[in-house]
Design a protein around this ligand. Structure first.
Ligand code: ADE
Ligand code: ZN
Length: 343
């Protein structure tokens, strides 16, 4: 690609209004803020500097990443810590023309260390409220269950969340996938649905296509997070495409965690060609070397995507989001206007 074409594509990606649907708030904690929060909470980190910590961000698989990610989240103790982390992400999101964001949080990572559930959710929600008022960013919260822990722990967390039900839109499932199939959490998700929550789940990131079937059939998910291995099963692809189940795909995450060995092998284009409803997302941007626009650019360059492809991906993000219908229409129209003006 010529330098001028790349610059024009970059400008298009930067400018187009878009939604982010797969973002772990703990995965936005940049090393600088991690050190600052650790210091004010009187905690020592295993690393002596920001550079040394960044140097450790070299992963061979999901588990190697999770070990460092849970360690990093250990600095978060007070409501203000959760506010500051979330606000830093929202400022970045605003600078990237993200106009709607759906944020995962992992309460068990914090409550297991004695942090109050209320401190976590109040800090995050206050920042989301401020971003709504100051930047006009709409948002919702998705509470993730850690699948490496057991069903009782998940049920306890779901019960704790009920006091804050008005702040939570959906229940998700994340953490170490292989060996922890969605079926382990069917009863938890049944209860979540009874309580009125939507459901989503990470599936087919490292795990097999069977886990995506379980997420659909047992957890009744509205979206599949990642879903890369869905392509191994033609029947599953037909099921996902015919039901318009969105996949929240995370290109730089897939590269950093070696789900793909080269961005040129990323399945996103094949997914689109098979009629799947695909969205682009950043997953854990502080760890994977890029926020949302960097994900769009990396995958667009590697797979030779056009501006029309980017426009469709942005439209998909609005079609797939959990916002109210009138907000969805408004956002879709904003992207269409931008595309018209740019073209
Ligand atoms: N938690 C944070 N990022 C994750 C990912 N990519 N997969 C599973 N769990 C996660
Ligand atoms: Zn994720």
């Amino acid at each position: 690609m010529k330098k001028r074409d790349k610059e024009s594509l970059e400008e298009f990606i930067k400018g187009i209004p878009k939604a982010e649907l797969h973002l772990h708030i703990e995965g936005t904690l940049e090393p600088e803020l991690m050190f600052k929060i650790a210091c004010r909470n009187g905690l020592d980190l295993k690393y002596s500097s920001v550079e040394e910590l960044r140097g450790a961000y070299d992963f061979n698989n999901l588990q190697e990443f999770l070990d460092i990610y849970y360690q990093g989240a250990g600095v978060l103790i007070k409501e203000q810590d959760f506010y500051d982390m979330t606000w830093a992400y929202l400022e970045k999101a605003h600078s990237q023309n993200i106009i709607h964001t759906e944020i995962f949080f992992d309460p068990q990572t914090h409550t297991d260390r004695g942090v109050e559930f209320g401190s976590v959710i109040k800090g995050i929600s206050r920042a989301l409220n401020d971003a709504r008022n100051i930047f006009g960013i709409s948002s919702c919260l998705i509470m993730c269950i850690l699948r490496h822990l057991d069903e009782d722990a998940a049920l306890k967390t779901l019960n704790e969340s009920l006091e804050f039900k008005h702040l939570i839109t959906a229940i998700g499932l994340d953490s170490a996938e292989v060996g922890n199939p969605p079926s382990r959490f069917q009863r938890v998700f049944d209860k979540a649905i009874q309580e009125g929550f939507l459901t989503v789940a990470h599936a087919g990131e490292e795990g097999p296509s069977e886990y995506v079937w379980e997420a659909l059939n047992l957890l009744k998910v509205s979206r599949v997070d990642h879903g890369n291995h869905s392509l191994d099963d033609d029947k599953l692809v037909i099921e996902l495409a015919s039901r318009s189940i969105p996949l929240t795909v995370c290109p730089l995450s897939n590269l950093k965690l070696k789900v793909v060995s080269d961005m040129k092998d990323h399945p996103l284009k094949r997914m689109i060609e098979k009629g799947l409803l695909v969205t682009v997302n950043s997953d854990d941007p502080a760890y994977f070397g890029g926020y949302l626009n960097e994900n769009y650019l990396a995958v667009a360059m590697a797979l030779d995507l056009s501006k029309e492809d980017i426009f469709k991906l942005a439209q998909n993000s609005f079609i797939s989001c959990f916002a109210e219908d009138n907000r969805k229409r408004e956002m879709t129209e904003m992207a269409a206007q931008f595309y018209k003006r740019f073209a």
